[in-house]
Design a protein around this ligand. Sequence first.
Ligand code: M6R
Length: 601
Amino acid sequence: MCGIIGYAGTKRVDKVLISGLKKLEYRGYDSAGLAFITNDNNLEIIKSVGKISKLEEKVNKSNIQFGNVGIGHTRWATHGIPNEINAHPHTSGKVSIVHNGIIENYTNIKEELQSKGVTFYSDTDTEVACAYINYIYETEKDKIKCIQKACKHFRGSYAFGIIFEDDKDSIFVTRRDSPLIIGISDGENFVSSDVSAFLSYTKKYILLDHNEFAKVSSNSVLIYNDNGDLLNKEINIATWSDTQYEKNGYEHFMLKEIYEEPLVLKNIFNRYLNDISYLKDVDLSIYNNIHIVACGSAMHAGLVGRYLFETYANIPVTVDVASEYRYKNQIITDQTLVIIVSQSGETADTLAALRVAKSKGATVLAIVNVLGSTITREANIVIYTYAGPEIAVATTKGYTSQVAILATLAFEISRKHLTLDEKNKIISEMNNIQNILNYVLLKIEEYKDIAKSIYKKEHLFFIGRGIDYSMCMEGSLKLKEISYMHSEAYPAGELKHGTISLIENKTPIIAIATNKNLYEKTISNIKETKARGAFVIFITNEELDTTGDFYDIKLVLPTSTDFLQSLSVVTALQLISYYTAKERKCDIDKPKNLAKSVTVE
Ligand code: M6R
């Protein structure tokens, strides 16, 4: 989603803003722009549609004498098509603004301003917010107070970066729900949607909280609360380094991040398996029902979690997509544990679901990757995945690390139900995860062959039962989002209730059967599709490996307990999607229409 960068210092502002915007590209965008102060104290704006490189070209061709203060933006269109007029920054009177989020009541405000003679040029809610701040500024000359007054009128979510034409040294920022971070350095300061944009300049940062307002200049950062009191905020040190945001020789971030999975998972089990201090003083045994709430792949990780909690700990679990959960009647008692799963920790629907659950008295445990993100600041207990920055829009290590944490938690709660042998087996596999996944990564040629067999097709099905079905859900989403092939995941036994009518000669089916108890049943369902001409790619494990005439291609992966099997299978599915998207010449790291961090509802 939209990305904000701002700079006040001594360097040439265009260079800092463009390099920051490049770091924010992964969030997803369709246009970009800059507003900055020139050396001769004018406020200039440059925008362009498409890649940052186009904006950079425009900047380089201009004859402007760039100054040292400015704001920049990558826009992911919500209100109005991606064109230059709708691109940020927007300007009204003395105010220029960049915005991440949505002003829900912008239509009313627009009408109010139009009735006072204000003209609008774009379709955006942001131009309306800008005009409203400018309108307030006509009577309230204290800039912080002006922004506070305007924000009281806005409904929705926002992070704003603002420049006033009559203050050439400062950027003003505030936020509600959308993220905004202030980077601190000597003689220069930054603002951004995430630390990646300024990590090459400084590792020191301040997390701006909701309804806080800041004036950021080269030599000072002044932060105020809603009442106008000056705050003394903690300075944090980023643990992620700038090089983690580089491809380091890999063709795509997605591939690099898949190759990071063995180590990330090893670290998770090392860190959490025998040390449950991360649970603080929470006794998990008091909960007799669990709600897992998340979006997209994080929700699919939750499906694996549900299987494990229900099967091994005998606890009933519901899994909901956050955008549904937040509006349904959530039945929460004091024995309900709500588990929120989110890589970014900023997903708007997931955050809203967390707030609803907390308001109903639930204990909320969040599994999150991004340190200091909004969800981590609002949950009762936080378990970090420590997977490092994930840049590719399609999550890979983000997903597997969430599954690993859920598996650790499920194991912890199930201990009393497991035999000593079972416990030892699970622990030994957790300790060996790096080798298991490295072995999965060795099968590259097999993944490439599978990709070659399906990449020309437009439709594909994933089928499986039980925990295999959860893996199908994630495999199918991965393929859709990066290769643009239509794909559906079905419980293998459900196909015959309708969808089997779509199976015809050579329709590709990826069938997963790694679960011993359901294996025979799944094979029967695979045969039903084969009898109708399907082209079957059969994925199983070494223990269940069998030959037969019910598949066209077979992929055999290492055998694991239920707690870990999805880690190796989904890693293989990620690579199949990757090579399929590559065959189809897709923009793998930045699929069309998608954003990494979905900060609007
Ligand atoms: O940051 P989150 O984990 O909260 O994101 C949730 C989904 O938006 C995310 O998993 C999305 O489905 C990915 N693009 C899938 O690869």
